[in-house]
Design a protein around this ligand. Structure first.
Ligand code: ZN
Length: 271
């Protein structure tokens, strides 16, 4: 692994620094490039969009059909970020807490309740959204209902989206909820878009996957459009694409290396 790459565990401490929200120092480090960028652009609030399965090489291959993300990256930053696991729950837990899976022990939503029962004050399972709320900031989350319930009573605003067989509709509803949440002026908003992941599992040729990437980008564009000035966007994948045995025969050497290292895209931009 290339030590110079950033980690998903760096995102929470970086948000903590940018928003001046105190947190117990986690495993991850502050990404100075992002902090400098936020200062230069006078960013006052953060919208974190987790685009499930947005690997770095996947983004590079399809950035041409992702104008909203591409515009943010072109005027902002595109970073390589090493993921921490191959599945969604531990990765999102690392994004939100700043700890590696071997330290937060969260591999499913149920694990959050189990770890909390063991030690309600354990900082390794406390998310940056909760740290922000504790510091008097407004934080909001838009994720699948079961995950959203774990935030109940802990942050200002949670939007649980019921799981659905129609993932395009699911992401559409998530995006609409995120736009509604922005109306209440959150300092930190996190939203999880899932269509790339779902289509990577079921797509037999690349076309459906491309549709999911386009759809994700459309939703990113809608969120950007409705955000106020001074909003910093952080868009990241959680792990590289699933169903790799399907994609590998068509992948370039660089894409294969990217998958082996589990490097995802981290895009930063502001409005
Ligand atoms: Zn995922």
């Amino acid at each position: 692994m290339n030590d110079s790459l950033y980690s998903l565990a760096d995102i929470a401490p970086t948000i903590s620094r940018i928003l001046s929200v105190p947190m117990v120092v986690p495993d991850g480090n502050v990404i100075n490039e992002l902090e400098d960028y936020s200062v230069e652009h006078d960013c006052k609030r953060i919208v974190l969009i987790i685009a499930d399965s947005l690997g770095f090489a996947l983004y590079r291959r399809f950035e041409g059909i992702m104008p909203a993300a591409c515009s943010l990256a072109r005027h902002g930053l595109l970073l390589e970020c090493v993921s921490v696991e191959r599945h969604t729950s531990p990765c999102i837990a690392s994004i939100f807490t700043g700890y590696l899976p071997k330290r937060h022990h969260i591999h499913s939503t149920q694990d959050i309740y189990r770890e909390r029962a063991k030690d309600p004050a354990n900082p390794k399972i406390k998310t940056i959204l909760e740290w922000a709320a504790d510091a008097g900031r407004i934080s909001a989350v838009v994720i699948e209902s079961e995950g959203a319930d774990t935030f109940r009573g802990r942050i200002n605003e949670l939007h649980g989206i019921p799981n659905s067989g129609d993932i395009i509709d699911y992401d559409d509803r998530s995006t609409t909820s995120a736009i509604n949440a922005m109306g209440n002026g959150p300092d930190l908003l996190a939203v999880h878009l899932r269509s790339i992941d779902r289509y990577a599992h079921r797509s037999l040729n690349g076309r459906e996957l491309e549709e999911a990437l386009k759809n994700t980008d459309t939703n990113i564009g809608r969120i950007v459009e409705h955000a106020g000035k001074g909003t910093m966007f952080l868009i990241c994948g959680d792990h590289t694409i699933h169903g790799w045995e399907k994609w590998k025969p068509k992948a370039t050497d660089e894409e294969i290396r990217n998958h082996d290292k589990n490097v995802v895209a981290l895009i930063a931009g502001c409005k």
